[in-house]
Design a protein around this ligand. Structure first.
Ligand code: ZN
Length: 502
């Protein structure tokens, strides 16, 4: 019995291995590879990616998949077997539309583009990145055409990160969110009790920032026996299997927030990766249900946990021990208000929770305009700056703090950004359910006890990997569809307290 399924799993494992090899190469590229390695690394990654694509879309795999589907047809529809087959069928159906040559070229160009983006950002020189970004946009427009007919040219790009989601759905969520988010920011800036965050902008020794961040994510549940942390230009998490899920971070010696919240964010992603079921290892289901679900886990750790008062009741005394001259005299409440200061700012990853989604909406609109061919890459700095003015009332002093700030487009990740906002919404939905199931949650966090929280997340979300589709998972866990209400309720309650708005 299940002989055909076994054969299918062996081939699936080989496909997974090739994918993981690309991830190892990418991790090395962004952490330790010398700049001179980029040209040949682009070839390594392109070649292995092409082999991955050929294997996934080849006749041998399709036949094994079909045989496994027949053999497992009568099993429980929620069993691993049925779900792995179904997921891989979707992968094949998607990737068979895309030629291997495209995969090869896309991987080659994006590997080179990463290097160019890093240099362009460091030197504040958009022109240095522009030619490669133009190639990426061209390749992405080609990719979209492989999926014609579509309702909207952005749909195939969005679906790459958020399976099943339509551009029109994200638009309507944002239309619902935007006025209420803007209203909250206005209320805070016009009527709120002023918050001073100067204490966060002092000299903070990098090695101590590193040690404190590690202490925090260890306490939250990130397992260093199955992971490690390194430095990168733009923080990311990467998984090579449940036994090796790595994170990266970066430091600003004059601002505490960059590394601290970046580390907690990536820790949230990584705990998801480490919590997946061993029964799914060496399949493509060792992945988030979607990028939105992934961001729900990272944004939950970063904000609902890491920017909460209970969390700092537990950790502030430790932070003061690390930085006695900077924070020794400062009381907890002033610190808590400082890390939650609402202020329109230039950099997305450092944005407060009230303005964060505005950063996403402007990127979403720019990407849609790119997909619709209404703007060109050369227009991007200007379009970016005018949207920053429109949404946040700011004009970046240079492109490094503007259009060049994010790594995503250099990786070909056009269609990703909306998942952060979806993640914010789902984080609040999951959290509301978790609070129901663990009535003592706040007290546990105040005592730095995270075991019950982590096992709730493992049980309900992490173990499943990509076994369920994102909206199906949300429904199973919370009993509800995607909603802006729990998120807006959470934000309002938090800021009414901090800014004394009531
Ligand atoms: Zn993230």
């Amino acid at each position: 019995m299940a002989e055909k399924y076994q054969k299918f799993r062996e081939l699936t494992g080989e496909i997974f291995d090739l994918d993981a090899v690309v991830s190892v190469l990418g991790w090395d590229q962004q952490t330790y590879m010398p700049p001179g390695g980029a040209q040949v690394r682009a070839m390594h990654i392109a070649t292995v990616s092409r082999l991955w694509h050929e294997k996934l879309t080849g006749d041998e795999y399709s036949a094994a998949l079909e045989a496994a589907r027949e053999e497992t047809a009568d099993l429980d529809p929620d069993s691993d077997e049925v779900r792995v087959v179904r997921y891989m069928q979707r992968e094949v159906d998607k990737w068979i539309k895309v030629p291997s040559e495209w995969v090869n070229e896309f991987k080659r160009v994006t590997t080179l583009a990463h290097q160019a983006w890093e240099e362009a950002r460091a030197q504040d020189d958009f022109a240095h990145f522009q030619p490669l970004l133009e190639e990426i946009v061209k390749l992405r427009r080609q990719y979209v055409e492989y999926f014609a007919p579509y309702d909207h040219p952005y749909d195939p790009l969005l679906n790459y990160f958020e399976p099943g989601m339509k551009t029109s759905e994200v638009k309507s969520v944002f239309d619902e969110l935007r006025p209420r988010q803007v209203e909250l920011v206005q209320e805070i800036t016009e009527r709120g009790l002023p918050v001073d965050d100067a204490v966060l902008h002092q000299d903070f020794e990098e090695s101590k920032q590193w040690d404190f961040g590690v202490e925090v994510i260890k306490a939250l549940g990130y397992d260093f026996e199955r992971g490690r942390q390194d430095k990168a230009a733009h923080p990311f998490t990467t998984s090579f299997g449940i036994g090796d899920v790595r994170i990266t971070t970066r430091f600003d010696p004059k601002y505490l927030g960059t590394a601290l919240f970046g580390t907690i964010h990536e820790g949230g992603h990584a705990m998801y990766g480490q919590g997946m079921s061993p029964s799914l290892d060496r399949t493509n289901l060792i992945d988030g249900a979607s990028y939105g679900i992934h961001e729900s886990q990272s944004r939950m750790m970063e904000n609902l946990v890491g920017r909460s008062r209970p969390f700092w009741i537990a950790f502030y005394p430790r932070l003061q021990e690390y930085f006695p001259s900077q924070l020794g005299e400062l009381d907890l409440e002033t610190f808590y208000r400082a890390i939650n200061k609402v202020k329109p700012s230039l950099i997305r990853v450092e944005a407060d929770e009230a303005t964060y989604n505005l950063h996403i909406m402007l990127r979403f609109e720019i990407e849609i305009a790119l997909a619709e061919n209404k703007i060109s890459v050369a227009d991007l700095p200007e379009v970016w700056n005018s949207k920053m003015q429109e949404y946040l009332g700011l004009t970046p002093p240079n492109d490094a703090k503007g259009v060049l700030q994010d790594v995503h487009w250099s990786s070909g990740y056009i269609g990703y950004f909306a998942t952060y906002s979806l993640g914010n919404l789902m984080a609040s939905q999951f959290w509301a359910k978790m609070e129901e199931d663990i009535p003592d949650l706040t007290n546990q966090i105040e005592r730095a006890q995270f075991a019950e929280m982590l096992s709730w997340l493992r049980e309900n979300i992490h173990q499943h990997g990509a076994k369920f589709e994102p909206m199906e998972l949300l429904q199973r866990v919370t009993g509800n569809t995607l909603s802006v209400e729990p998120y807006l309720r959470y934000l309002r309650a938090k800021y009414e307290d901090i800014y004394k708005l009531a």
